[in-house]
Write a protein that binds this ligand. Structure first.
Ligand code: GLA
Ligand code: ZN
Length: 686
């Protein structure tokens, strides 16, 4: 075994040599050296090549590739190859195949066609992992183990009979009795009372809305089940290959919501993730940075590993635009700015055949004699130059709280508004702060909140008593806490907290909401500055307006009948059914304050609120007078050295008024850091 590359940011990607004749392998190594590649992930989808028949293994080709990598001084992140079962396995044991909510079998012929609860799949995969660990545990190329691949990407949820049985066992462990289950699920309604666990089913296709707590528990069960499989493999590796770090690649991307990564993260030796840009998303660069912050939060602030992203186009959207030249470097360094210490891609060489032949790669179809490969080589040089940054951590004084369980509950069936999406609010806040030059972490409510001066609680619909108390305590202890609409509404069983919304935060915020009035898509409501409230602070002045009654912007998505009980009203709704109700309020508590925002304000209005809050907290931007379209993030090493990443997210060159040593060019910027269109500078501060 060997250590993960140091002295430079590790750089590389998935290597699938079984797609190519051996003559190409040699050429690959030469090109990897040219590009500065220092690691590859091997074997992610190699099961049928490693075990072509049950119990008959063919490791010769992998031995050769491993030896080649050792010789070439390229570290191997060796996959356990269990992501996709071989045809012999699913043919012999068709029960392995997962089923949809309609009972339709998801057949082989693609990938990941296995049921998460299948004991046969678990046994077969563990047999393979055991072989791999025994064979390669001390191989000089081995630097990391990569368990499975993107758990849940295609096969969760599965609704088969095996899952139904496993779900019943899981529920029995969680609730003990059917009475407790009935209470948690609220089965007194719609005649759903269970008298035996045997009657319980996964939330398969039903005539109308499912029981929401059943759906929530099925999410929890699915995430736990896959985590169990992960642990099974990890235990084998810990026994047979001790000392080699273990990871599995998360998917911190918009749209992927199936695993509670907060429970998975502590079980990783290093948190790794995959991120792909979705062309149709507005604010793509903000999404990129937000997901970097999510991953950093999962890593507890420690450097993380960007296992996969793409040099250019993907192939799984309806239309797959290429990245502009320069975009490869821009995107990867945005991840590095957010705390990644490894830059990885899917995949090394673009396939000729198979389902991903139209996915970009480090070596494109055009070959090494291409503009993209030249950029890949430039990125390799940048990864080498950025070695000094490795190990440093991103500085942030703001936390945005993010909880997958709250997300599951908020996107449950039959809600006040299907459009009131948790990530939407979290990302709007993150982007607004980013545009001001302020870096925000994205962390779970159980994180140590004392590190933060501003804490944003965006649409945290479901919250436990414990987390609500931690948030209130943080305000008491001096933080500025912003809670947004539809937060603190239900408990861990998704039972509504009664007596007025937002139940869990009513006291902290000093507001009481009697009814919601979610807004239809496209509808807006005007917002006005409020007059002086209970305390003698002028509401208007707190959010950028001079006078009470002044127009402060518009809200969308949500409005509600909200009254202050113990807070200063800052904004009210100008019209609509909730006219005159409070849209923004603030309550001082301890040495901090709690703010409540009842709508999704337009960009300028949101920026005003966040400016007031960060100012009250004494939190300023990383770079003063940051030009529009540039993002600035600071990473700091344990010894005090620091670097500012300047990311130009526009198509025009921009100069930033900042001095430092530009690590990428070796030049000293004398108060004029010049960024090319889409360019990045990394300035070491003196
Ligand atoms: C995921 C998978 C890869 C590949 C890429 C394509 O990240 O892990 O194997 O399919 O998607 O974008
Ligand atoms: Zn199943």
């Amino acid at each position: 075994m060997r250590a993960w590359p140091t002295g430079r940011l590790a750089y590389g990607g998935d290597y699938n040599p079984e797609q190519w004749p051996r003559a190409i392998w040699r050429a690959d190594v030469d090109l990897m050296h040219r590009a500065g590649v220092s690691f590859v992930t091997l074997g992610v989808f190699s099961w049928s090549w490693l075990e072509p028949h049950k119990g008959e293994y063919e490791f010769g080709w992998l031995d050769d590739v491993m030896d080649l990598m050792a010789e070439a001084d390229i570290a191997v992140d060796l996959a356990t190859a269990t992501a996709s079962p071989p045809p012999w396995l699913t043919t012999a044991y068709p029960d392995i195949l997962p089923r949809t909510a309609d009972g339709v079998i998801m057949w082989p012929g693609s990938r990941q066609s296995w049921c998460p609860s299948s004991p046969i799949f678990a046994d077969a995969s563990r047999a393979l992992v055991t072989q791999l660990a025994q064979r390669y545990h001390s191989h000089p190329a081995l630097a990391m183990w990569h368990i499975s691949n993107e758990y849940a990407c295609h096969n969760l949820p599965c609704y088969c009979d095996t899952c139904a049985a496993a779900f019943r066992t899981w529920l029995q462990n969680r609730y003990g009795t059917t009475d407790a289950l009935n209470h948690a699920w609220g089965t007194a309604f719609w005649s759903q009372r269970y008298t035996d666990f045997e009657q319980v089913l996964p939330p398969r296709r039903t005539p109308t809305f499912h029981n929401p707590t059943q759906v929530l528990d099925y999410h929890r069960f699915g995430s736990d089940t896959l985590l169990g499989l992960y642990r099974g493999e990890r235990t084998i590796l810990a026994d047979l290959s001790p000392g080699v770090p273990v990871t599995t690649n998360f998917m911190t991307m918009t749209g992927f919501r199936l695993l509670d990564y907060n429970q998975w993260a502590p079980e990783q030796d290093v948190v790794s993730t995959d991120h792909y840009r979705v062309a149709a998303l507005p604010n793509a660069t903000a999404e990129l940075s937000f997901q970097g912050a999510v991953t950093r939060g999962l890593a507890g602030g420690a450097p993380w590993l960007l296992m996969e992203h793409s040099t250019s186009a993907v192939n799984w959207q309806p239309v797959n635009p290429a990245k502009p030249l320069g975009g490869t470097i821009h995107d990867s360094l945005t991840h590095v700015a957010n705390g990644a210490d490894t830059i990885g891609y899917f995949q090394w060489r673009a396939s000729r055949a198979g389902a991903e032949k139209w996915h970009s790669a480090l070596v494109p179809h055009a070959g090494a004699d291409s503009a993209r490969f030249a950029e890949v080589c430039r990125l390799g040089a940048a990864a080498a130059a950025l070695g000094e940054v490795a190990g440093s951590r991103v500085e942030a004084a703001v936390a945005i709280l993010y909880d997958f369980q709250a997300l599951w509950a908020a996107s449950g069936p039959a809600m006040p508004s299907a459009a009131a999406d948790y990530p939407e609010m979290a990302q709007a806040v993150h982007k607004s702060l980013r545009d001001m030059g302020i870096t925000a972490d994205v962390v779970h409510p159980s994180a140590d909140l004392s590190r933060y001066r501003v804490i944003v609680v965006p649409t945290l619909y479901l919250v436990t008593d414990e987390h609500a108390a931690a948030i209130a305590a943080a305000a008491e202890a001096g933080a500025q806490v912003l809670v947004t609409y539809f937060s603190g509404i239900s408990d861990e069983h998704d039972h509504i907290r009664l007596g007025g919304y937002p139940g869990a935060f009513r006291e902290l915020l000093g507001v009481r909401v009697e009814e919601f009035n979610p807004l239809l898509d496209g509808d807006e409501v005007g917002l006005l500055a409020a007059g002086p409230g209970r305390s003698n602070e002028a509401g208007a002045a707190a959010t950028g307006a001079d006078t009470a009654g002044a127009d402060v912007g518009t809200g969308r998505r949500w409005s509600e009948w909200c009254a202050v009980t113990d807070a200063a009203p800052l904004w009210t709704y100008a019209g609509g059914p909730c006219a005159g109700s409070v849209a923004l309020a603030r309550r001082h508590t301890g040495s901090g304050a709690a703010w409540y925002l009842g709508t999704l304000p337009d960009e300028a209005a949101l920026a005003n609120v966040l400016a007031s809050i960060t100012e009250a907290a004494g939190v300023g931007p990383v770079v003063a007078e940051l030009p529009v379209g540039v993002e600035a993030i600071r990473r700091r090493a344990a010894d005090g050295r620091s670097w500012v990443f300047l990311l130009n997210h526009t198509d025009d060159p921009i100069t930033v008024p900042l001095s430092g040593f530009d690590v990428l060019t070796g030049a000293v910027t004398d108060g004029h850091a010049a960024l090319t269109a889409g360019g990045v500078a990394v300035l070491r501060e003196e």
